[in-house]
Design a protein around this ligand. Structure first.
Ligand code: ATP
Ligand code: ATP
Ligand code: MG
Ligand code: MG
Ligand code: MG
Ligand code: MG
Length: 285
């Protein structure tokens, strides 16, 4: 096709191809979700409808981008890990970041009624997005550990902050003041002494965030479906002492797999070695 005389402006576009052979992480984060969560009556400190919606939108991303090997989400953020040798969009950083975040945002809006029923969205939400390279497996693990540690620190703080408000009648300012300068151990003790709560017994979704992994094969899912009748949905058998794999089974059963893509949601520790021993194929496909 003949080129127009205007075509030269294309050369102003800069090359943003990412270094080969590195893990690519795309992280999206809600813009101003402190306000968005207030305006949409999120339950504090953790609104499970919102967390489920975030995970459903993240699953839409994994359905679209088959080179994503793992996703990790908490609060208003999700990180997507692309396999090291992915060639999607020729590894162009801006293509990756923008396509992921726009599909995420539209999915968040698209699935909203499924989780929030008739509650209307007050205004269109936005998300930011960035692309980061991690050259070594250790860097990637440390990245994910950083996000999960962040989840833990925020959840411990927010749990205390809202307990003091909801159950002791403190104002937000008073609650903040009460928690100022406290260490993790102080917060654990506060929860235990004032509210008879053992932090470790609180919901794993809130303490650990959500890891998305592709279900291995249909055989596994066949087995899972079979189990659906055996474990009641309110059962607490998924908690404590079980291996990641058996937790994965129960988490699947709970989620009602049929209405969702073939992706598992896990709420387990990924900072220690156990997770990586249980799922070696993530780092060595
Ligand atoms: P920024 O635009 O800089 O990201 P932000 O207001 O989104 O600003 P974040 O640090 O991303 O700030 O924090 C997100 C906030 O959204 C949390 O502090 C919390 O108030 C709220 N939030 C997100 N998800 C939930 C949820 N599931 N339940 C309750 N609150 C939530
Ligand atoms: P890519 O993901 O690479 O952008 P694409 O299919 O979106 O792929 P484009 O070069 O962006 O390809 O072209 C957009 C296409 O969308 C057009 O070729 C046309 O077929 C269709 N399209 C967009 N807007 C309209 C419209 N208003 N009416 C009819 N067709 C449209
Ligand atoms: Mg932020
Ligand atoms: Mg945010
Ligand atoms: Mg955030
Ligand atoms: Mg197009």
């Amino acid at each position: 096709m003949a080129k127009s005389k205007f075509e030269y402006v294309k050369q102003f576009e800069t090359e943003d191809r990412l270094l080969p052979n590195c893990w690519i992480v795309v992280r999206i984060d809600g813009k101003g979700f402190h306000r968005f969560s207030e305006q949409h009556n999120y339950i504090k400190p953790n609104d499970d409808r919102a967390l489920d919606l975030m995970s459903r939108a993240a699953e839409a991303i994994m359905e679209e981008f088959k080179d994503i090997v793992l996703a990790y989400g908490q609060s208003d953020e999700y990180s997507f890990v692309f396999k090291k040798n992915t060639n999607v969009y020729n590894r162009r950083a801006s293509k990756l970041a923008t396509n992921v975040v726009s599909l995420f945002a539209s999915s968040f809006v698209y699935y909203w009624p499924r989780y929030f029923g008739t509650q209307m969205m007050q205004y269109p939400p936005a998300f930011d997005s960035r692309t980061v390279l991690y050259p070594s497996d250790k860097n990637l693990r440390d990245y994910l550990s950083w996000r999960q540690a962040d989840c833990h620190i925020n959840n411990l703080y927010n749990t205390c902050f809202w307990k003091l408000i909801h159950e002791k009648g403190l104002t937000p300012a008073e609650s903040q003041e009460r928690l100022k300068g406290t260490m993790s151990s102080d917060k654990n003790e506060l929860l235990f002494k004032e509210f008879e709560i053992n932090y470790n017994n609180l919901s794993a979704v809130h303490r650990k965030g959500t890891i998305l992994l592709r279900a291995k094969n249909d055989q596994i899912n066949g087995d899972l479906d079979l189990g659906l009748q055996l474990i009641p949905s309110g059962s607490s058998t998924a908690r404590g002492g079980q291996s990641a794999k058996s937790q994965r089974v129960v988490s699947n059963l709970r989620a009602g797999k049929n209405s969702r893509p073939n992706i598992d949601r896990l709420h387990i520790d990924l900072i220690g070695d156990q997770f990586w021993t249980d799922f070696p194929e993530i780092l060595d496909p």
